[in-house]
Design a binder for this molecule. Structure first.
Ligand code: MN
Length: 237
């Protein structure tokens, strides 16, 4: 009962925490990778990383910029925009949902990865406890997350989120939707993402072809658990 009370209490503070520091966007620009494109090999190949970052992510940014100019929304940051798609002018809602989501999702995705063996192999401290409380253990969490990533039909993402009540959940979204998008992703749980996996074919097809499960298995080797811990702390603040 004590633990339950603690989670409920901290959950109240979370609503403000959805705009955690790393989620602030000073501008709509392509962020540099913190590692070389080849640094995630053999798990993710350099060519995939280069095309994914330099072409796919850049294209989302270009299209987002166009939509923002059209709607005269250039002073807004991407996270603020995607949180309330329904509040945007109708003619740019789809463009900002797809490309604003694409920009936010990829910006975080690059940070949630790091060369293998350069960060801890799993979560630490309070996140370990939270994973145990919410999922039963780390392996149970990985299974749940892997299943969400495998079963996502077509293009989309698997997520580990902190919900407004402070609890963790694994969820999945289609296309470039994000669990922060209230009112437009009825099938997903809403919350602040602290880890996400891109399961669009462009993220793995060159190396893994149709074998998405092999990509997912390999990807665990390059998860940046230091970043996930940081994001968990920020989301709970
Ligand atoms: Mn992608």
């Amino acid at each position: 009962m004590k633990r339950r009370h603690f989670i409920t209490t901290t959950g109240t503070a979370l609503l403000g925490g959805l705009a955690a520091p790393h989620r602030a966007f000073a501008d709509i620009a392509l962020p540099a990778l913190a590692y070389a494109p080849a640094a995630l090999e053999p798990h993710i190949d350099a060519e995939t990383m280069t095309i994914h970052h330099d072409k796919h992510h850049a294209a989302y940014i270009a299209k987002l910029s166009d939509a923002l100019k059209t709607a005269k929304l250039t002073d807004k940051d991407a996270v603020t925009l995607i949180k309330d798609i329904n509040a945007l002018p109708k003619d740019v809602q789809t463009a900002i949902r797809n490309n604003g989501g694409g920009h936010v999702n990829h910006t975080w995705f690059w940070k949630w990865m790091a060369p293998a063996n350069t960060t801890p192999n799993g979560p630490k401290g309070k996140l370990v406890e939270a994973i145990q409380t919410n999922f039963g253990g780390f392996d149970d969490f990985k299974k749940l997350f892997g299943d969400a990533a495998t079963k996502r039909f077509g293009s989309g993402w698997a997520w580990l989120i902190v919900k407004p009540d402070g609890k963790l959940a694994v969820t999945s979204t289609a296309n470039q939707d994000n669990p922060l998008m209230k009112g437009v992703v009825p099938d997903a749980e809403l919350g602040a993402p602290i880890l996400g996996l891109d399961v669009w074919e462009h993220a793995y097809y060159l190396k893994y072809r149709n074998k998405r499960p092999d990509y997912i298995t390999a990807w665990w080797n390059v998860v940046n658990w230091s970043q996930v811990d940081k994001d968990f702390t920020a989301a709970k603040a």
